[in-house]
Design a protein around this ligand. Structure first.
Ligand SMILES: [Fe+2]
Ligand SMILES: [Fe+2]
Length: 307
């Protein structure tokens, strides 16, 4: 029975560069210092209820709109629980995609290379994270929200680079929301503990994705670079759209909620701020050489384009 139907290029296992191997060794050491079991470290015995917000109010997509102003405090908190469950559900979808990308990448790396071992650790991290997010949703009493689209993986040279670019986009967006939540004492303790654990472990994933991109981008030919430049902004915008689930508003009976959120200047500003580390990095690397498409899609502020 065939288990792989297409081989787009020479994918025989090979070792990564000495600098990649050294970086992988560092990330393995960091993983040994900080690996967290959410089923030991999160206080799951505390009810996931509406005694507190589940994200800082300013991070919620409807914050500051007329709909928000009409909500009672109780309704705002319940809405925050649903939006957090939807965000964690998107996290599970993203982590599933990441694992598929990484597992396919692994088949091309020599098993004795430290990068092989590190990427297996990254997959193990994501397994624990997705189980943690699932446990929150199970206990939060919300529907099982999920993004409604398939994962598509492109194993070509430019496709792999785009995959890691999108992984970095997702990790930076989640990191932005997680950091705001973990420091805010208005936020429910379980949501804060989940956010803190995720920030601690994602730091090394961000590090790997950045060094992979920095090392791989110069190896692309001009045609491959144009492919990446042409697709990156649209694909990042697609990732951003996945983090706003219209089912939350349908379930809560908020008419046109997704549309209102999409046009909410507070929400749009949070998206840009959440992507700033990514867009700054891509500009420095040369992946973004024309900010216009990024500005048009609301991913970069015009005033920030020259930074
Ligand atoms: Fe994760
Ligand atoms: Fe990750």
């Amino acid at each position: 029975m065939p288990i792989a139907s297409t081989v787009p290029r020479d994918t025989s296992p090979r070792s990564t560069s000495p600098s990649s191997a050294a970086r992988a060794e560092q990330l393995i050491a960091a993983s040994q210092r900080h690996t967290h079991d959410p089923f030991q470290e999160i206080e799951w015995n505390i009810p996931i209820d509406d005694s507190a917000y589940h994200l800082p109010p300013e991070m919620l997509a409807l914050y500051g709109t007329a709909v928000w102003e009409q909500m009672t405090e109780r309704e705002r908190i319940a809405y925050s629980r649903h939006e957090t469950a939807a965000m964690f559900a998107a996290g599970i979808w993203f982590e599933n995609a990441l694992m598929q990308i990484v597992l396919r990448h692994l088949t091309e790396i020599d098993v004795t290379d430290p990068t092989h071992r590190y990427l297996l650790i990254e997959v193990a991290d994501e397994c624990r994270h997705s189980a943690m997010f699932g446990e929150y949703i199970r206990r939060a009493g919300t529907p099982s929200y999920r993004p409604d689209r398939p994962v598509i993986i492109d194993d070509t040279h430019s496709g792999r680079l785009l995959s890691y670019l999108l992984i970095l986009a997702i990790e930076e967006l989640l990191d932005f929301a997680n950091r705001a939540a973990m420091r805010d004492d208005r936020v429910h303790v379980v949501a804060r503990q989940i956010s803190r654990l995720h920030v601690l472990e994602e730091a090394r994933h961000v590090s790997f994705a950045k060094s992979y991109l920095a090392e791989t981008w110069p190896t692309l030919c001009d045609e491959e670079r144009e492919t990446v430049r042409g697709a990156a902004a649209v694909l990042v915008a697609d990732v951003v759209s996945l983090s706003l689930n219209p089912d939350v508003f349908t379930h809560l009976g908020i008419d046109d909620g997704a549309e209102i959120a999409l046009h909410n200047p507070y929400h749009r500003s949070n998206v840009v701020d959440g992507l700033t580390k990514l867009t700054t990095f891509l500009t420095e690397l040369g992946v973004i050489d024309d900010a216009e498409p990024w500005i048009e899609l609301g991913l970069v502020r015009p005033a920030d384009a020259d930074r």
